[in-house]
Design a protein around this ligand. Sequence first.
Ligand SMILES: [Zn+2]
Length: 80
Amino acid sequence: MTEAEQLANARVAVMSEYLLRLIAWRKRKRTPRNASETGQRVCECGCGKRFKPYRANQRFASPECRRKAWQKSREGSHID
Ligand SMILES: [Zn+2]
Protein backbone atom coordinates (compact mmCIF):
# COMPACT_ATOMS: atom_id res chain seq x y z
CA MET A 1 0.00 0.00 0.00
CA THR A 2 1.36 3.40 -0.95
CA GLU A 3 1.40 6.34 1.36
CA ALA A 4 -1.27 8.04 -0.73
CA GLU A 5 -3.54 5.00 -0.44
CA GLN A 6 -3.03 4.86 3.32
CA LEU A 7 -3.94 8.51 3.57
CA ALA A 8 -7.03 7.95 1.45
CA ASN A 9 -8.10 5.00 3.62
CA ALA A 10 -7.62 7.05 6.76
CA ARG A 11 -9.80 9.80 5.33
CA VAL A 12 -12.53 7.32 4.44
CA ALA A 13 -12.41 5.93 7.97
CA VAL A 14 -12.75 9.37 9.49
CA MET A 15 -15.58 10.29 7.13
CA SER A 16 -17.54 7.11 7.76
CA GLU A 17 -17.17 7.51 11.50
CA TYR A 18 -18.40 11.07 11.19
CA LEU A 19 -21.38 9.96 9.10
CA LEU A 20 -22.28 7.20 11.55
CA ARG A 21 -22.27 9.71 14.38
CA LEU A 22 -24.35 12.13 12.35
CA ILE A 23 -26.91 9.43 11.57
CA ALA A 24 -27.06 8.33 15.20
CA TRP A 25 -27.53 11.94 16.30
CA ARG A 26 -30.30 12.59 13.76
CA LYS A 27 -32.10 9.39 14.76
CA ARG A 28 -31.93 10.43 18.39
CA LYS A 29 -33.36 13.85 17.54
CA ARG A 30 -36.14 12.51 15.36
CA THR A 31 -37.32 9.72 17.63
CA PRO A 32 -40.19 11.09 19.70
CA ARG A 33 -40.01 10.07 23.28
CA ASN A 34 -42.91 10.29 25.63
CA ALA A 35 -43.45 13.54 27.47
CA SER A 36 -42.55 12.38 30.95
CA GLU A 37 -39.18 11.10 29.76
CA THR A 38 -38.09 14.34 28.10
CA GLY A 39 -39.94 16.73 30.42
CA GLN A 40 -41.77 18.13 27.43
CA ARG A 41 -45.34 19.31 27.26
CA VAL A 42 -47.81 19.91 24.50
CA CYS A 43 -48.87 23.53 24.15
CA GLU A 44 -52.38 24.19 25.45
CA CYS A 45 -53.28 26.81 22.84
CA GLY A 46 -54.11 24.04 20.40
CA CYS A 47 -51.12 24.41 18.06
CA GLY A 48 -49.82 21.00 19.09
CA LYS A 49 -46.26 22.26 19.61
CA ARG A 50 -44.08 20.45 22.08
CA PHE A 51 -41.94 22.50 24.39
CA LYS A 52 -39.80 22.18 27.43
CA PRO A 53 -41.35 24.25 30.23
CA TYR A 54 -39.08 26.63 32.08
CA ARG A 55 -41.49 26.76 34.97
CA ALA A 56 -43.59 23.98 36.48
CA ASN A 57 -46.84 25.76 35.63
CA GLN A 58 -45.95 26.81 32.08
CA ARG A 59 -48.77 25.88 29.72
CA PHE A 60 -47.80 27.45 26.41
CA ALA A 61 -44.89 27.03 24.03
CA SER A 62 -44.39 30.78 23.59
CA PRO A 63 -45.89 34.17 24.56
CA GLU A 64 -47.52 34.13 21.12
CA CYS A 65 -49.34 30.91 22.05
CA ARG A 66 -50.43 32.36 25.39
CA ARG A 67 -51.85 35.38 23.60
CA LYS A 68 -53.65 33.14 21.11
CA ALA A 69 -55.18 31.04 23.90
CA TRP A 70 -56.21 34.19 25.76
CA GLN A 71 -57.88 35.62 22.66
CA LYS A 72 -59.64 32.32 22.08
CA SER A 73 -60.98 32.25 25.63
CA ARG A 74 -62.24 35.84 25.22
CA GLU A 75 -64.02 34.93 22.01
CA GLY A 76 -65.59 31.95 23.73
CA SER A 77 -66.89 33.95 26.67
CA HIS A 78 -68.60 36.67 24.54
CA ILE A 79 -67.84 39.45 26.97
CA ASP A 80 -67.34 42.06 24.27
ZN1 LIG B 1 -49.23 26.93 21.02
